[in-house]
Write a protein that binds this ligand. Structure first.
Ligand code: NAD
Ligand code: IPM
Ligand code: MN
Length: 383
């Protein structure tokens, strides 16, 4: 039977807690769908710094490169925060993304009906929101040169970074975004700061030039400050219309469907979008390149404030495992099994602290994971 190699990078903080739960889910759906998964667990981030002295050991990158897909928990923590740049856990994560050339980071934010009351936004605002942030992941200010520390003419210390995008980098992420929008509701909003930044001016020019190749996609542009505001003001729009039979019909028009943006704006806007859905503990991501294996990770970090307490929400990582099955391995049915099981578990009332509300069963990370496994066992999603 088919067999896949999956690199697991538990990392730091809540990373190992959420990865152990997602690993069990991958194993179970594989056995149901009749394929094999072989896991290789490798050190990454602070864990790798402690064990080996670097945040991304060569063996870890090699494992990720030769496997069929990589699932990462999270990296980082207080212990390494004051490390020099090249010895930070976060630097290892950037090296991993660059090493795998995964320039396209898909971050879906969907408000599940089960979690509408977990959102900090009013029900009318949050309900039905379903958007996809396409974040450029291997360029921009995260990687731009020159960068560093220096001293200015007054003897003041300075730190500096460069926001830089080459035309090909914008072109390839924009194409992914247009294609993503085409498969969704056909609306693409490109978010930039073209009123101020040259890199954004080029971004807008190149995205605009591509629009004629995607006549079925409605393209709009928005400045990032306004986008941040619109996301919480009105991620969707209600329109009341009156039918001929004097019935009031409510049409929901999504202000946002697919958003494409640069590395740093995508980082910030996706955390913001996560809160519409109720919790950052719910949002998965897929990082894909032109060829080669993908990297799959929840959008949240190592959550040092709750690490080691069995409080983490493992569903973002479960859903990242589902994205791994779908985008990384092409095992769509196995992916659907995990997604269906997550919904079923929420329907059965289980909630971790971050998404808990009155009338639900408060559980920890492990128990949530076990309940999802039970749902996988008992549910056969429609073909
Ligand atoms: P964070 O995402 O780790 O945590 C922000 C808040 O959200 C915290 O209150 C945390 O408890 C909560 N939270 C996050 N994930 C949760 C989950 N699954 N369930 C319940 N609550 C959850 O962001 P931060 O505190 O800014 O960063 C902490 C560390 O993580 C830093 O070292 C940072 O660099 C790193 N980080 C790593 C990644 C990654 O590995 N991809 C992403 C973001 C931040
Ligand atoms: C994320 C994180 C990372 C990023 C950090 C930890 C380097 O915030 O994955 O969203 O900024 O990309
Ligand atoms: Mn982030």
């Amino acid at each position: 039977s088919k067999s896949y190699n999956i690199t697991l990078l538990p990392g730091d903080g809540i990373g190992p807690e959420v990865i152990s739960v997602a690993k069990n889910a991958l194993q179970l759906v594989a056995s149901i769908e009749g394929f094999e998964v072989a896991f290789e667990e490798m050190p990454m981030g602070g864990a790798a710094l402690d064990a080996i002295g670097v945040p991304l050991p060569a063996e870890t990158l090699n494992s990720a490169k030769k496997s069929d897909a990589t699932l990462l928990g999270a990296i980082g923590g207080y212990k390494w925060d004051k490390n020099e740049k090249h010895l930070k856990p976060e630097t290892g994560l950037l090296q991993l993304r660059e090493g795998l050339q995964v320039f396209a980071n898909l971050r879906p934010a969907t408000v599940l009906p089960q979690l509408v009351d977990a959102s900090t936004l009013k029900k009318e605002v949050a309900e039905g929101v379903d958007l996809m942030v396409v974040r450029e992941l291997t360029g921009g200010i995260y990687f731009g040169k020159p960068r560093g520390f220096s001293t200015n003419e007054n003897g003041q210390e300075i730190g500096f970074n460069t926001e830089v995008y080459a035309a090909y980098e914008i072109d390839r992420i924009a194409r992914i975004a247009f294609e993503t929008a085409r498969k969704r509701r056909g609306k693409l909003c490109s978010v930039d700061k073209a009123n101020v930044l040259e890199a954004s001016m080029l971004w807008r020019k190149i995205v605009t030039a591509l629009a004629s190749e995607y006549p079925d996609v409605e393209l709009s542009h928005m400045y990032v400050d306004n986008a941040a505001m619109q996301l919480v003001r009105n991620p969707k729009q209600h329109m009341m219309t009156q039918s001929s039979m004097e019935l009031i019909l409510e049409t929901i028009i999504m202000q946002f469907d697919t958003i494409v943006t640069n590395n740093i704006f995508g980082d910030i806007l996706s955390d913001e979008a996560s809160m519409i859905t109720g919790s950052i503990g719910m949002l998965p991501s897929a990082s894909l390149g032109a060829a080669g294996p993908g990297l799959f990770e929840p959008i949240h970090g190592s959550a040092p404030d709750i690490a080691g307490q069995d409080k983490a929400n493992p569903l973002a990582t479960m859903l990242s495992a589902a994205m791994l099955l779908k985008y990384g391995l092409g095992e769509e049915k196995a992916a659907q099994r995990i997604e269906a099981a997550v919904l079923d578990t929420l329907n059965r009332g289980f909630r971790t602290g971050d998404i808990h509300s009155a009338g639900h069963k408060l559980v920890g990370c492990k128990e949530m994971g076990e309940e999802v496994l039970k749902s996988i066992d008992s549910k056969t999603p429609a073909a």
